[in-house]
Design a protein around this ligand. Sequence first.
Ligand SMILES: C[S@@+](CC[C@H](N)C(=O)[O-])C[C@H]1O[C@@H](n2cnc3c(N)ncnc32)[C@H](O)[C@@H]1O
Length: 255
Amino acid sequence: MEQIDKNRFHLQKMAVNYDKMCQLMVPGYDFLQNAVIDILKFENMEKIVLLDLGAGSGILIEKVLKEFPDSTCYYIDSSDEFMSVAKEKLQKYKDRVNYIKSDFCRNWESEITVKPTVITSMSAIHHLQTENKKKLYQKCYDVLEEGGWFFNIDEMKTVTEDAYLKNLYYWVHHAKEQKYIVSDDLSSPYEAWMEKFSNWKKRNLDNAHLPKQEGNDIHEPFLAQLDCLKEIGFTETDIFSKHLLWCLIGGKKSF
Ligand SMILES: C[S@@+](CC[C@H](N)C(=O)[O-])C[C@H]1O[C@@H](n2cnc3c(N)ncnc32)[C@H](O)[C@@H]1O
């Protein structure tokens, strides 16, 4: 069966609307990203070289560039459309950002010249099949500077299937509720988001019984993903925060 909305990340309108709406439409979006920033401040990291996987419109990268004035960033994404939105947003930071257009499964690491001290990702890695998630986590470990941190904020299954299903329905409820608070200037991006979101519902609720293909939302339990990080060699692995469907997991590459 043809995948529903397979090319959704390669549409300019989608990239522009995602940028405008994600902080409102993804429950806990800023809360979870800010948790990463807080951990980095607490860790007292000297000079941050960030690598953000599936960096989209560059919202997390901009937060890091602002909070840590000496930091530099690698932006990685396979979508030209998302990258063009990010380039406009991050223009003012000039050469503090290096852009790499690549699929996670390709050889993006060959373009890394300075080892990252922090690797992040949000709402991107869950599009990979289990084996490819593991391979990507391994690559992150290999590329990371010793003493560096890896964080993945992502849609994940939780400890029971019932609770996971409730989290999916909660997102549907949350998205509908935003209709009543969205400002007039965002009403058209809101409608566009809801149109795409109806496909998300088809994929994840109506057709939940169908086998998942690469590019779908392939939700996996956060506990299994933490085990995978531990097996690879990450230390201090933890679920640092959780809000409904979104988990912030990560670990450190010890010296
Ligand atoms: C839902 S958006 C999230 C963007 C951003 N991280 C955020 O949270 O605002 C997912 C992003 O991951 C990128 N992406 C998805 N699968 C990818 C893959 N296999 N390789 C590289 N980028 C991918 C998409 O192009 C898109 O920009």
